[in-house]
Write a protein that binds this ligand. Structure first.
Ligand SMILES: [Zn+2]
Ligand SMILES: [Zn+2]
Length: 339
């Protein structure tokens, strides 16, 4: 099969590799679409300890089951599916505490998804696979994973309809936040970014937008939210400065979620006074739990949410290097690879 092999920072090569063979308890899946994620971009740009080369990147996907081992469910052959790239063990302390995304005993799909075929163990399918209707939009359904990460974020915030939320960063994840928060009944969704094209999309999704280059954000937020202030702040930018800045906009009881990952030796400078006297909460969210993934697939299938404005390119596997380059240059928002 054809696979986009990551060979180290800046290098991805289309290679022929042996087709995966389904074992008796596995499904063979033809990948149809696979989203290019921030993690893939980070790996391509600077390397990633989880993905030593050579390996196949990609983990957000939709596809069709084309074969099943003798102990797997034969009736699923021909079904369109999406599947969580990883599932938790449900047995460890983290899982018992419902911190499924932090489970250290995760199981998953056979490889990255920037390739033609993968296998899915039956045990992974039972916990993380969603069978889709024949007419569903397979481009959007390839993005159940990033939607699931946002649902986890919204859950960890304790978001309620009527909340005022600031989303810092209008990359794909910031924009998915905007879409979900609006559809979930946020009173105000405010989105900030330096990129005007991305802000224009946020505006189309129903958010109020501002570019910090031209706008004093403190004044703008006060003007938009009045006496109510912000209930929640999502930091969807992976910089420590953004987390520090979020504290400038927090009011009484505001929850700040560090959604964008930061390097492990990062330090931030904040005034803990606001954590005590204003009861500002600083939290983080990472990945998703199986229920987030299933809910994400349901929301996409039922068109309760739509990613049509966020997916700005669908690019063939053979041009994947160009997809990475365009994404890094911010010439596209969310690129999906067609396989
Ligand atoms: Zn992802
Ligand atoms: Zn576990």
């Amino acid at each position: 099969m054809k696979a986009a092999m990551y060979q180290g920072p800046g290098k991805i090569e289309l290679t022929d590799v042996p087709d995966p063979q389904p074992q008796k308890n596995e499904y063979l899946v033809k990948v149809m679409y696979s989203g290019l994620c921030g993690t893939d971009l980070k790996t391509f740009k600077q390397g990633h300890r989880f993905f030593p080369p050579p390996c196949i990147l990609g983990h957000e996907f939709s596809g069709v089951i084309i074969d099943a081992g003798t102990e797997a469910d034969q009736s699923l052959i021909g079904s369109k599916i999406t599947c969580a790239p990883y599932v938790p063990c449900h047995n460890c302390t983290d899982c018992r505490n419902e911190l499924y995304e932090l489970c250290n005993h995760k199981d998953g799909i056979s490889s990255g998804t920037f390739c033609e075929y993968i296998t899915i163990p039956k045990t992974v399918a039972e916990k993380g696979m969603v069978v889709l209707s024949d007419d569903c939009n397979m481009v959007e359904l390839s993005l159940a994973e990033p939607v699931a990460c946002v649902l986890n974020s919204v859950r960890k915030l304790g978001f309620k309809p009527g909340n005022n939320v600031l989303v810092m960063g209008a990359g794909p994840m910031g924009l998915i936040h905007a879409e979900i928060l609006k559809k979930f009944g946020a009173n105000q969704v405010l989105v900030t970014d330096f990129n005007e094209q991305r802000l224009a999309v946020a505006r189309e999704l129903g958010a109020h937008v501002a570019n910090p280059k031209q706008t004093d954000l403190r004044q703008w937020i006060d003007g938009q939210t009045g006496a109510d202030g912000l209930t929640d702040i999502v930091v969807a930018i992976g910089t420590p400065q953004a987390v520090e800045e979020a504290f400038n906009y927090a009011g009484n009881g505001t929850t700040i979620n560090i959604f964008g990952g930061l390097a492990s030796d990062t330090r931030i400078n904040i005034d803990p006074n606001s954590i005590h006297y204003k009861e500002v909460r600083l939290i983080g969210s990472f990945g998703f739990a199986p229920n987030d993934f299933k809910m994400a697939a349901r929301l996409l299938q039922s068109h309760s949410i739509s990613l049509g404005k966020i997916v700005t390119s669908v690019i063939e596997l053979k041009s994947i290097e160009e997809a990475f380059a365009m994404s890094l240059r911010q010439e596209t928002i969310k690129a999906v690879i067609s396989i």
